[in-house]
Design a protein around this ligand. Structure first.
Ligand SMILES: Nc1ncnc2c1ncn2[C@@H]1O[C@H](COP(=O)(O)OP(=O)(O)OP(=O)(O)O)[C@@H](O)[C@H]1O
Length: 205
């Protein structure tokens, strides 16, 4: 899938956060989004995911299909998108059903195995440590095949070994023709272009 963002403008709380932002992302490419606190990295990802409205601009995904852009991507934000009372297997089973796609996905247990937490599959998710919770969130990427991954600070709470696992998964996704937009303050071991955002210093809309 090719994604073109054309002249994106986004306001939050009556302030301009993104102003006339344009970029393209081809299949098999990654874009690393950097910038100081408040520069708009999370806002950009949330806008692409359809969670924050644009004030102006266009998002063009091609080839065009009947699916909305939001149905062709995974968004992993800062918050845990799972229920603490359910086990990791139950949470991933829910997500696999919710995000169903045509391509055959990994099973929930196999996805947990990829992230090295298969042994925690049947515990309540609330018992997981911060890094284990992050790994459970990332396992969602593997239970439904979607071409675009939007990852907000994906290495947060991960130890070096888990970061290496994540980088391997990201590189495999790219090699298979997927694409990734990752917002980060930390270096990512991933080839790709960098999009550096600058804070608008709260310019009133
Ligand atoms: N719901 C909201 N209402 C009003 N303003 C918001 C809202 N969410 C974010 N903002 C503002 O939008 C700007 C961009 O925030 P954003 O979270 O996108 O920055 P960021 O680059 O991801 O920052 P960080 O590196 O700290 O995570 C900030 O000035 C923030 O205060």
């Amino acid at each position: 899938m090719r994604l073109e963002a054309r002249d994106l403008c986004v306001e939050r709380g009556g302030r301009v956060v993104l102003h006339d932002l344009s970029f393209t992302l081809e299949s098999g490419e990654s874009l690393i989004v950097t910038g100081q606190n408040g520069a708009g990295k999370s806002t950009l990802l949330r806008t692409l995911a359809g969670l924050v409205p644009m004030t102006r601009g266009r998002l063009i995904a091609s080839p065009q299909t009947e699916e909305e852009l939001a149905e062709r991507l995974h968004y992993i934000g800062h918050a845990d998108a799972f229920k603490g009372t359910l086990t990791p297997i139950e949470n991933l089973t829910f997500w696999a059903a919710m995000l169903r796609t045509d391509a055959p996905p990994l099973s929930p247990r196999a996805a947990l195995g990829e992230l090295g937490i298969e042994h925690l599959g049947d515990l309540p998710s609330a018992y997981l440590s911060a890094g284990q919770r992050r790994r459970l969130s990332l396992a969602r990427l593997l239970v439904a095949a979607r071409p675009l991954w939007l990852l907000d600070e994906p290495t947060t709470a991960l130890d070096q070994a888990s970061q290496d696992v994540l980088f391997t998964l990201m590189r495999k996704h790219i090699e298979k023709g997927g694409s990734i937009i990752a917002a980060t303050h930390a270096p990512l071991d991933l080839p790709g272009r960098t999009l550096s955002l600058t804070a608008t210093d709260g310019v009133a809309a």
